[in-house]
Design a protein around this ligand. Structure first.
Ligand code: GLU
Length: 454
């Protein structure tokens, strides 16, 4: 069987790190199985779906290295949904309802107050042709519900009807269809809610595995019934836990929480975000993995835990720093060039340990080549003036720092911090930074002399 997965965002906002978890799970799953990855835009909500969000989602996925084999838009496929809806209507499985959302809200509140499950009473099914005609004459437009197969012929006598599947993340799952309301598939304005288009697409695109967030578990029961009604088998499902911040708050697209774009713009590495998104909330340890194929080796849906995947955004910085500290020069070379850093490998290898992000290299480049302004403490002024005279002759090499500071130690009696810190400060403007032994040759003789007072 060819593995075909899909990532199906609604382009109603920017995707956040939690959505990227779903995308990456699907991508890695397909990679491991030699399968295909479809990017499907669930854009049936015409008002809220925007082309610019769809474009941004493609950009975000490309940043991770996810290249869809196929891109689909539900807005292009309405004819297929119409055909499926027509079949369900012909089979008596899609029926018109006329309640307003206020009426439905009232009924739900009443049911809850009476301690009953707020399940739709199938009022629409009781309507006679005349009643329907008179409601339509009043200007009411129907929405359409799918009749769940949770009865033995009399839809007003429901019985426990279990749908069971083996979930790739959660193991054995059961949903009782009698505990659910008949889902609305078509709105009053004739547009489709997500449910039916999603199933029609999954059937038409031969999706073999649906990997998505656990907020869709109850939908799977409903969708199972619709797959069957359309004469198709259900794909294999995997519902993963959702990412939350450490205080348990869920991420929201609308609130712009930790959008992939903002993480990218903050200078984080895609693999820092991907490592955290994929490994948090599993039984595996969260570590910085340097590319997607290595992450694919670790990735295993059965290690996803049942509780929420809590994370601290500060972990992203730590993972990022680890990736940067180990990043080879050939990987970073072009990015340094774009930052205006025309450095050789030695520069990168000396400074990378001090960078949290690649962009920090700019700071060290500036220190090597720019003008350093530091205020020299009064008690150090004489010392750094003396230092100028003791700078060893000739090229500055890896030996220079050692012989220079030894000579200064012998001359001034200074040692430890009192010896090294004033030099570090006056030459780099920093209290902490790269190893001076290695950094000094980068700064070079002329800059060293220019930075030491005469
Ligand atoms: N558009 C749906 C969502 O973003 C897709 C759910 C699914 O994968 O079936 O939640």
């Amino acid at each position: 069987m060819t593995v075909i997965v899909r990532f199906a965002p609604s382009p109603t906002g920017h995707i956040h790190i939690g959505n990227s978890r779903t995308a990456l799970f699907n991508w890695l799953f397909a990679q491991k199985a030699g399968g295909r990855f479809i990017l499907r835009f669930d854009d049936t909500d015409k008002e809220r779906s925007k082309a610019e969000f769809a474009d941004a989602i493609e950009t975000d996925l490309a940043w991770f290295g996810i290249e869809p084999d196929q891109v689909e838009r539900q807005s292009d496929r309405v004819a297929s949904y119409d055909a499926a809806a027509a079949k369900l209507k012909a089979d008596g499985l899609l029926y018109p309802c006329y309640e307003t959302s206020e009426e439905l809200d009232r009924r739900r509140s009443r049911a809850r107050a009476l301690g009953r499950a707020p399940v739709y009473d199938r009022g629409g099914l009781k309507l006679t042709d005349e009643e329907r005609a008179s409601l339509e004459a009043e200007g009411r437009k129907p929405h359409w519900r799918f009749l769940l197969p949770n009865h033995d012929g009399d839809p007003f006598q429901t019985r426990r009807t279990e749908v069971t599947w083996t979930d790739l993340c959660r193991g054995e799952q059961t949903v009782d269809l009698a505990s659910l309301s008949d889902p609305v598939l078509i709105r009053e304005d004739g547009s489709y809610l997500y449910t039916l288009p999603s199933i029609v697409d999954d059937i038409d695109m031969a999706v073999s595995h649906v990997i998505r967030g656990e907020d869709h578990v109850a939908n799977t029961g409903v969708q199972y019934a619709i797959f069957k009604a359309l004469g198709a088998d259900m794909p294999t499902f995997g519902h993963h836990n959702l990412l939350t911040t450490s205080d348990g708050e869920g991420l929201s697209k609308r609130k712009g929480a930790l959008s992939v774009g903002s993480l990218r713009e903050s200078g984080l590495e895609p693999m820092a975000v991907a490592s955290l998104a994929v490994l948090t909330g599993t039984s595996q340890s969260v570590e910085a993995v340097s590319d997607l194929s290595l992450l694919a080796d670790k990735f295993d849906l059965s290690t996803v835990s049942r509780s929420a995947a809590k994370f601290d955004p500060a972990d992203l910085d730590n993972l990022n720093a680890k990736l940067v500290h180990a990043m080879p020069f050939d990987v970073v070379y072009e990015r340094l060039q774009k930052l205006g850093i025309v450095a050789g490998e030695d520069f990168w290898l000396i400074i990378r340990e001090n960078c949290q992000k690649v962009i920090d290299a700019q700071h060290y480049w500036q220190i090597v080549h720019g003008v350093i302004k530091t205020k020299i403490a009064d008690e150090d002024l004489e010392f750094v003036t003396q230092a100028r005279k003791f700078l060893p002759e000739g090229d500055v090499t890896a030996e220079t720092w050692g012989s220079w500071t030894s000579a200064l130690k012998a001359e001034t009696g200074r040692k430890g911090r009192g010896l090294f810190m004033p030099l570090r400060r006056v030459l780099t403007g920093l209290d902490h930074g790269p190893d001076m032994k290695a950094f000094l040759p980068l700064i070079g003789r002329q800059n060293i002399l220019d930075r030491l007072p005469e």
